[in-house]
Design a protein around this ligand. Structure first.
Ligand SMILES: NC(=O)c1ccc[n+]([C@@H]2O[C@H](COP(=O)([O-])OP(=O)(O)OC[C@H]3O[C@@H](n4cnc5c(N)ncnc54)[C@H](OP(=O)(O)O)[C@@H]3O)[C@@H](O)[C@H]2O)c1
Length: 282
């Protein structure tokens, strides 16, 4: 299990063995969340999946090791996870609203929505949170931006954090940081995939067989990230430790800077954040 980063003091983690969760939409991301919740301690029996048809719910439940449910399971749930596509939200929210009990916690993972836009369709229900994970959640190494409605209780937030505790790190930041988080986490994993792809191709061009090139680059990226995490070194300090005077690394870094690595990465992160702002009408 990974560290959970929060900006708020969290009380003791809730016991998840008795928590009943219904996931409305267990596709790619909803399915990754299901896996994380099972790892965190929700039981297969208490974790119901409701997809767009019975067959689909059954298939997803079998694949993920959870239970297939029906829309009726929404009313018995302590937590309802909304894992449908953003455009499908409108059609499912009335059913969710009808099923809400006073303490039901709603966790919505749909992108391009806001807590404000969920408030009215959910009848002003206070226990609503948004969770924006990135795809490494599928292996318990994700980054999830957790955002809570202003009136959500500490108990609801603790429950959401506990459900995400096996998904990677959880970052509690206000909703207005969402666009920056898209650039730094949501879309950023794809930027890293692009960098990795380019490095593997160049390693092959330099003569390494592709399987070895792939293993070497993946381990180098993982090792570099873990080294920074474990030592707490500033990246510039870690870089300095690899650079000998007049050596190979110094030459490579100079080439990277000349090619515009910093403006290129900044442009990608800025473009993603700006697109997110535009999509939400800002
Ligand atoms: N991809 C990312 O990096 C990422 C990151 C953060 C958040 N998200 C968000 O995650 C959400 C899901 O995206 P995804 O890529 O996982 O989509 P997906 O694979 O298409 O999954 C959508 C799921 O919703 C189900 N569904 C559709 N209509 C439904 C209905 N009326 N009732 C119940 N279930 C219904 C689908 O079931 P059927 O298969 O039976 O149709 C499917 O299981 C989106 O809102 C997206 O914004 C994605």
């Amino acid at each position: 299990m990974n560290d959970t980063t929060t900006n708020e003091t969290s009380s003791s983690a809730p016991d998840l063995a008795d928590v009943r969760v219904t996931v409305l939409g267990a596709g790619n991301m909803g399915g990754a969340f299901v896996r994380a919740m099972l790892s965190a301690g929700v039981t297969a029996q208490n974790l119901r999946i409701v997809n767009s048809s019975e067959e689909s719910s059954q298939r997803a439940a079998e694949e993920l090791g959870a239970s297939a449910g029906t829309p009726e399971d929404l009313s018995g749930a302590d937590v309802i996870v909304l894992g449908v596509k953003p455009y499908q939200l409108e059609s499912v929210l009335p059913t969710v609203r009808e099923a809400l009990q006073e303490d039901t916690v709603v966790v919505c993972i749909a992108a391009g929505t806001t807590l404000d836009s969920l408030a009215e369709p959910l009848g002003g229900h206070p226990q609503v949170l948004r969770a924006m994970p990135n795809t490494p959640m599928a292996i318990g190494e994700g980054v999830t931006h957790l955002m809570a409605s202003p009136d959500a209780s500490e108990a609801s937030k603790d429950l959401a954090r506990a459900l995400l505790s096996a998904a990677g790190i959880v970052v509690d930041l206000p909703e207005d940081k969402g666009h920056a988080m898209i650039g730094a986490a949501g879309s950023a994993s794809a930027f890293v995939f692009t960098v990795v792809d380019a490095m593997i191709d160049e390693a092959v061009r330099q003569g390494l067989p592709r399987p070895e090139a792939t293993r070497v680059i993946l381990q180098t990226v993982k090792g570099a990230s873990m080294l920074l995490q474990e030592t707490g070194d500033h990246p510039a300090v870690a870089r300095g430790k690899v650079m000998s005077p007049g050596g190979t690394t110094a030459e490579g870094i100079a080439a990277l800077e000349e090619a515009g690595i910093r403006p290129a990465l900044a442009a990608a992160m800025n473009a993603a954040a700006q697109k997110s702002r535009a999509m939400s009408g800002e």
